[in-house]
Design a protein around this ligand. Structure first.
Ligand code: NAD
Length: 305
C-alpha cells in the first residue's frame, strides 16, 4: 500500500508534550503534517505549568519535520487554534487529547475536582473544536478526534468526574459528526489504553511495558487521514489492537397486554424481563431510526389487538 501522508495538512494535538499526544504529534510530523504541539505542561492533577512541548518540537525538527510549540491551556482553546493559523495559515486536523485526573471516591469528591475535570476534558474540547469549526466549514475539510476512556464506558471506581467528562465527549462527537458531515468534517472518538504517567500506578507493570502509545498512534493517524470516511465512530485501541464500540437497543416490549390496558408499576415489573432481554438487540445509526422502529412496533401492537 502507498504510504499515507499528511503533506499540506496542519494538525493541532493538545496535550502533546508527553504520553499519547507526543506519539501522535511525532507520527503525523514524520508523514508531512505541520504540527502545533500544544501542552500546558501541568502535573497529572492539572496543577502547575511547564514547557513540555519544547522537547517534542525539537525532536520533530531534528528529524526534519515542521512543528511549533503552544503552551496554552485547552480551556483557552481559541488561542491554540490561533497558533495554528498564525504560524501555518490553516487548520485541518484537531486531536483533542489533553487530560488530567483528580481521582477520589464520590463521597470525598470536592466540587473543584469535579469542575476542573469537566473544564479540561469537556470544555477544553469544546473550546478548541469551536474555534476550529468555522475554518473546517469554510474549507470543507476537517478531521477531529475526541479522547474518551473505558472509565466512562464501563465506569471505574474513584473516577466519577473523569467518567462523566469522557462520556460527555462521546455525546459531543455524536452530534458534531452529524453537523459536520456535509462539510466533510469527520469527528471520531478514540478510547485508548496506554502506558503514560496517567496509568503508571494503575496498570500492572508487565502490561505497562507492553502498552506503548506508539501502538495507538497509527490508529489515530489513520482516523485523521483524508481517506478516512467513518464519522461518529468510537474506536477502542491498545496493544496493537483496535475495536469498534457501539450501543445496542433491546427489542423491547409493550408494557401492557392490550392497547386499552393501563401501564402500571406492576405491568412494568411483569414485562421487565423482556425490556432487558438483549438477545436480539439491534444497533441504530441515527436517532430517526429509533423513532421509526418505535412507531412500527406500536403499529404492530395495535394491529394485533
Ligand atoms: P499524559 O499525562 O501523558 O498526557 C496528557 C498531557 O496533557 C500532559 O502532557 C499534560 O501536561 C497535558 N495537559 C493537561 N492539562 C492540560 C490543559 N489544560 N491544556 C493543555 N494540555 C494539558 O497522559 P496520556 O495517558 O497520554 O493521556 C492522553 C489522553 O488520553 C487524556 O485525555 C487521557 O484522559 C486519555 N486516556 C488515556 C488512557 C491511558 O491509558 N493512558 C486511557 C484512557 C484515556
Amino acid at each position: 500500500m502507498d504510504q499515507l501522508r499528511y503533506d499540506g495538512r496542519v494538525a493541532v494535538v493538545t496535550g502533546a508534550g508527553g504520553g499519547l499526544g507526543k506519539a501522535y504529534a511525532l507520527l503525523l510530523a514524520s508523514r508531512g503534517a505541520k504540527v502545533v504541539v500544544n501542552d500546558l505542561g501541568s502535573a497529572r492533577d492539572g496543577s502547575g505549568k511547564s514547557n513540555f512541548a519544547d522537547a517534542v518540537v525539537k525532536e520533530i525538527k531534528d528529524k526534519g519535520g515542521v512543528a511549533v510549540a503552544d503552551y496554552n491551556s485547552v480551556v483557552e482553546g481559541e488561542k491554540i487554534i490561533k497558533t495554528a493559523i498564525d504560524n501555518f495559515g490553516r487548520i485541518d486536523i484537531l486531536i483533542n487529547n489533553a487530560g488530567i485526573l483528580r481521582d477520589k471516591s464520590f463521597l470525598k469528591l470536592p466540587e473543584q475536582d469535579w469542575d476542573l475535570i469537566q473544564a479540561v476534558h469537556l470544555k477544553g474540547a469544546y473550546k478548541t473544536t469551536h474555534a476550529a469549526w468555522d475554518y473546517f466549514r469554510k474549507q470543507k475539510y476537517g478531521r477531529v478526534i475526541m479522547t474518551a476512556s473505558n472509565a466512562g464506558i464501563y465506569g471505574n471506581f474513584g473516577q466519577s468526574n473523569y467518567s462523566a467528562a469522557k462520556m460527555g465527549l462521546v455525546g459531543f462527537a455524536n452530534t458534531l459528526a452529524l453537523e459536520g458531515d456535509k462539510y466533510n468534517i469527520k469527528v471520531n472518538t478514540i478510547v485508548p489504553t496506554a502506558a503514560s504517567r496517567l496509568t503508571e500506578d494503575i496498570l500492572p507493570p508487565e502490561m505497562f511495558q507492553a502498552m506503548k502509545p506508539e501502538l495507538i498512534a497509527p490508529v489515530v493517524a489513520y482516523m485523521v487521514h483524508e481517506s478516512f470516511e467513518d464519522n461518529g465512530a468510537v474506536i477502542d485501541s491498545t496493544l496493537g489492537y483496535a475495536n469498534k464500540l457501539h450501543y445496542v437497543r433491546s427489542l423491547g416490549t409493550p408494557l401492557k397486554k392490550k392497547p386499552s390496558d393501563p401501564v402500571t408499576i406492576e405491568s412494568v415489573k411483569q414485562f421487565w424481563p423482556q425490556v432487558v432481554d438483549m438477545k436480539n438487540a439491534k444497533h441504530f445509526e441515527k436517532i430517526a431510526e429509533v423513532s421509526i422502529d418505535l412507531a412500527q412496533k406500536l403499529q404492530e401492537f395495535e394491529d394485533r389487538a
